[in-house]
Ligand binder design. Structure first.
Ligand code: NAD
Length: 454
């Protein structure tokens, strides 16, 4: 499989793809390996995964360059991602003993009732390219902690990072027969769906997630889907500092070129501050540098996938034809690499795809609203439900709005952030199930109830 650097369009590696035989062989090894791994005391598995985090830190510069070379994100954002992954591993490992240890629920004369969290077995982790460390860690770290073996299929756009992860996990002490990477694109993913895994954990698009969920349903094993979003953000009329809010929310929309599952994808602003907000928003984005992702100080690198350019262009063109105004950007940047101008649209409405379908790129629509009621109705008008955000001086007002929205995460005066301490989960087309938090630690186990008399 040829790996292309999206910022230069050069082939940077040619790696061996998995096939039916290799997947079968790896799976059979994982089946055996898992039986020994589950017997290793949890505290020792914790130590191994903490060592993995140390190795990530120790190798951060070279790992960041590999990541940047295959996905095109600025090298500082690659470093941020690896550091973020280490923070998550720390939380997961520090809390594993609390949430995965046996729990005695009732202990009285003659009767004990307890819960034992048994591993699922060998799980398949089919993953996305936009944050391969973060979305990978969300799954394979708690899965390994819980005593599972893992077949990790990185996206075909982040395969080199997948191989680095495999190398460092093994260096940290995870036995080779407990973690394997499956290299390849859709066809290799299909091979995993045709293998008898004990659980499927998918991160990616709604379209693929729906397909996978349907395809594995008959197996009667757990399946979790973390999918895309069309995350709304509302700026109320009482914010203290419109300029600061505009700058912070622009970052929420454009960080990683907008290629974040929880990127701000549509913005509603109260009419009394609309003009001020939009002016500050555009001014802020214009200060951010577009360039080679390896150059320090660059904020916008290239997009990761070539196809995304045509998709974004179609969204912008459709919006324009329906009456949207393009305040900046609006087209691909010519030359080598998959670059698209950061694009800000106003005069948008919900008849336009840009306000309804995940853009997953540096394109944002900003819409004027009269009041909270209109903002709530528009925020709710979506098939997705990953995150929603409200900026206001009034916490009660913000929480009242957020509780009316069917979303996995609600933000007050912040956006585009993930914490290991609370669940990460979607609703509707954004998926189901949770990673991170105690829920995410337990997602990779089967609770067994013991009723013990005597
Ligand atoms: P994608 O659905 O195209 O691919 C995801 C993975 O599925 C890849 O590894 C791919 O090779 C594999 N795949 C594709 N077809 C398959 C098939 N038929 N059978 C088995 N596997 C198959 O998604 P992507 O482009 O890699 O990622 C972008 C999407 O992921 C966006 O929608 C984004 O919002 C979402 N995402 C969600 C989260 C979250 O936590 N909710 C995090 C990151 C990304």
């Amino acid at each position: 499989m040829k790996i292309i650097n999206p910022s230069s369009e050069e082939i940077i590696a040619d790696i061996a793809e998995d096939n039916e035989q290799s997947i079968k062989k790896k799976f059979l090894e994982l089946k055996v390996g898992q039986q020994d791994w589950r017997k290793i005391p949890l505290k020792d598995r914790v130590k191994i995964l903490q060592r993995f985090a140390e190795l990530l830190k120790a190798n951060i510069e070279s790992l960041a360059l590999v990541l940047t070379s295959e996905v095109g994100k600025p090298v500082q954002q690659s470093r941020n991602e690896i550091n973020g992954a280490c923070t998550r591993i720390l939380w997961l490992t520090e809390n594993a003993l609390t949430y995965l240890a046996d729990e005695t629920m009732i202990h009285q004369t003659g009767l004990t009732e307890k819960i034992v969290y048994e591993p699922l077995g060998v799980i398949a982790n089919i993953s996305a390219w936009n944050y391969p460390y973060l979305v990978g860690v969300n799954v394979f770290v708690p899965a390994l902690l819980a005593g599972n073996a893992v077949m990790y299929k990185p996206s075909e756009y982040s395969s080199l990072t997948g191989l680095e992860i495999e190398k460092l996990l093994k260096q940290a002490g995870v036995p080779s027969s407990v973690f394997y990477v499956a290299i390849g694109a859709r066809a290799v993913g299909e091979l995993l769906l045709n293998t008898s895994f004990d659980g499927y954990f998918f991160t990616g698009s709604y379209k693929t997630g729906k397909y996978i969920y349907e395809k594995v349903a008959f197996k009667m094993v757990p399946c979790q889907c973390e999918l895309g979003g069309k995350d709304p953000l509302y700026v109320a009329d009482d914010v203290a500092d419109v300029k600061a809010v505009a700058a912070g929310t622009a970052d929420g929309a454009f960080y990683n070129n907008g290629q974040s599952c929880c990127a701000v994808e549509r913005i509603y602003v109260h009419e009394s501050i609309f003009d001020q907000y939009v002016e500050a928003f555009v001014k802020e984005v214009k200060t951010w540098k577009i360039g080679k992702p390896t150059e320090e100080g660059v904020y916008f690198g290239s997009l990761s996938r070539k196809e995304q350019i045509a998709f974004l262009q179609a969204q912008v063109d459709e919006a324009f034809q329906k009456g949207a105004k393009i305040l900046m950007g609006g087209k691909a940047i010519s030359g080598k690499g998959y670059y698209f101008e950061p694009t800000v649209l106003v005069n948008v409405d919900h008849s336009m795809s840009v306000m309804r379908e995940e853009s997953f790129g540096p394109v944002i629509g900003i819409m004027k609203v009269k009041n909270d009621k209109e903002a709530i109705a528009l925020m709710k008008d979506t098939d997705y439900g990953l995150t929603a955000s409200v900026y206001s001086c009034d916490q009660l007002r913000a929480e009242n709005i957020l509780q009316q929205i069917n979303t996995g995460t609600g933000y007050w005066n912040c956006c585009d952030r993930v914490s290991a301490a609370v669940p990460w989960s979607g609703r509707n087309h954004s998926g189901f199930g949770a990673t991170l938090s105690h829920a995410g630690l337990r997602a990779f186990s089967k609770p067994k109830a013991y009723h013990l008399r005597g």
